[in-house]
Design a protein around this ligand. Sequence first.
Ligand SMILES: [Zn+2]
Length: 249
Amino acid sequence: MAVYLCHEQPDLYEHAATVVAVRPGALALDRSAFHPGGGGQVSDTGSIETPAGVVAVATIEIERAPDGDRWWHVLAADDAGDGAEPAAPGEAVVVRVDAGHRRRVAALHTMSHVLNAFVFDEFAGSLVTGAQINGDGTGRMDFDLSAIDNDRLRALEAPVNDVIGRALEVRAVYVSADEAAATPGLVRSLSVAPPPTPDGRLRLIDVDGLDRQACGGTHLSNTAESPPFRITKIENKGKRNRRIRFTSN
Ligand SMILES: [Zn+2]
């Protein structure tokens, strides 16, 4: 499953699946609309309805295997601890992705692209050195920036909120790796490599007229869907790094 089902069908929150493997506290399914996380973004959460009842999914772990990756749906502690397996291989289940969690993460992640675009423009090509988007509507981005006044970073909150007000369309587009390599600024992160597709194409997220960058995460389809964006803290992390903490709660 090198191309994510949630990329192909972003509005799919419930679907049937078959259990392909079981281990204590986790189920592997033949298909899943869960986003597995990555690049600092937490995975989707949700539930699986099995013949024995509904179990909560805390996170996804992908086990690489030559005959196809296994997507382990790791159960929340309450559902994983009693020793009894909730399902057996071959059984049919219903997968449900928590839409509220997906939306919170997608909103914050989309606005982190917008923030990144303003930092990149304002501070001459500054790269991202780390990022984290949490399920509780908070996140952070680290930038390779030295010797600048933190008030200039704080001031970027206003233009980010302007972009929410301007209701810009957000699209996923695919380009060849060669095309991507020939376009400066597409891969802006020093630490986050987006997953390539089986045919070598790269997934780009295009915030209309503002930003275009390689990314495998979940995003809104329009910036107007985001709650207001707030920068909560700016920290110096070593000589060359600034950490911007933000929220859309
Ligand atoms: Zn992204």
